[in-house]
Design a protein around this ligand. Sequence first.
Ligand code: RFL
Ligand code: PHB
Length: 389
Amino acid sequence: MRSQVAIIGAGPAGLLLGQLLYKAGIDAVILEQRTPEYVLGRIRAGVLEQGTVDILDLAGVGARLHSQAMTHDGVEIGASGHRHRIAFKDLVGKVVTVYGQTEVTRDLMEARAACDAPSIYEAESVELHDISSARPWVTFVHKGVKQRLDCDFIAGCDGYHGVSRRSIPAAALSLFERIYPFGWLGVLADVPPAWDELIYADSERGFALASMRSETRVRCYVQCSLDDKVEHWSDEQFWAEFKRRVGEDVAARMTTGPSIEKSIAPLRSFVAEPMRYGQMFLAGDAAHIVPPTGAKGLNLAASDVFYLYEALSDYYRRESRAALDQYSGRALRRVWQAVRFSWWMTSLLHRFPGEDPFFGRIRGSELDYLFRSDAAQRSLAENYVGLPL
Ligand code: RFL
Ligand code: PHB
């Protein structure tokens, strides 16, 4: 088998790159280790920056999003029993789109199936070979048969646990990591949201986030300890804890219902530099992880993919390697902005176990400043809606 580009991973990064390359007439094979159903079953991101929506439009997959997604002009930040609105539209003239990652993935999968471009699901034992040479190749096992895919370039879009980043010699990578001493327990439920915009709530019992997927479906999170287990939380316990944290007025008017998904995610910040080794380019969670507090992970995956698509298009159209050579630097600049913002939002809104009193006062003072200062609110808004591509 041969293709110009081998894409490892059919998450949002791999599928979006596949679609953009297809539109540019560049052929790519996508190799995914799981089934399509498994990929669609992962409940993750919910907030898209305008830049991400523009890239989805460029890939030709924006139709359902435009008819079904909600746009939000702001978010609410709760602290010390009060809530303050950060009015994105008034502050920076932009909005965000609330549309689940599952839906983005579904739209991308359908578009790929419609154009008959090859995706191989349940590709096991994917291995990358000669990635620093001009002729890299990939092997994998599909339905018990070992296969070989020759290509010009490899796009490592296989997430944090994937094989792509691990195929780079350790000496060629610099890794930066921060592990936070808590996780998020998330619940998806078919009840109408009792909030118009997302609520990020700091409380004495820890952080809570009230989000949504539609007019009839909510996504809610509470900060939990790292050794917590989903089985330890009945739906009733989850809702009781969520209500204690989100604010009395919201708790009083909200409806709860059985969870249709419940999971715990650890929080980490992680960056691998550079995002390229020879003919292999990393994009999305394969290269970096941000804690979900800033809603940046999926948006960063989209911007990486956009830069890589531009670079590959330049190479095939004009035989220019300049954009490929600039890819890692260009992507990392945006990545670090989001890493900083997500770290800041996480530090601002979570109670750290054993938090020292000095840090507690600094955090309180930072929240106070945010609520009083237009400049501080504008800074949050500018980062949340997304810095320019
Ligand atoms: P993914 O989605 O992990 O997809 C990688 C794919 O690669 C496959 N794979 C392999 N395939 C072949 N061979 C191998 N050896 C392979 N190893 C792995 C995997 O099966 C998978 O299908 O990475 P990608 O495409 O880079 O996308 C990244 C996003 O999924 C991620 O950044 C976001 O979900 C993060 N995130 C959020 N991002 C936002 O922009 N806004 C949000 O509101 C937001 N909320 C969240 C989030 C992530 C969360 N969790 C659970 C980590 C909320 C949560 C709770
Ligand atoms: C979500 O809806 O899942 C969501 C929204 C905002 C975040 C994280 C997750 O910051």
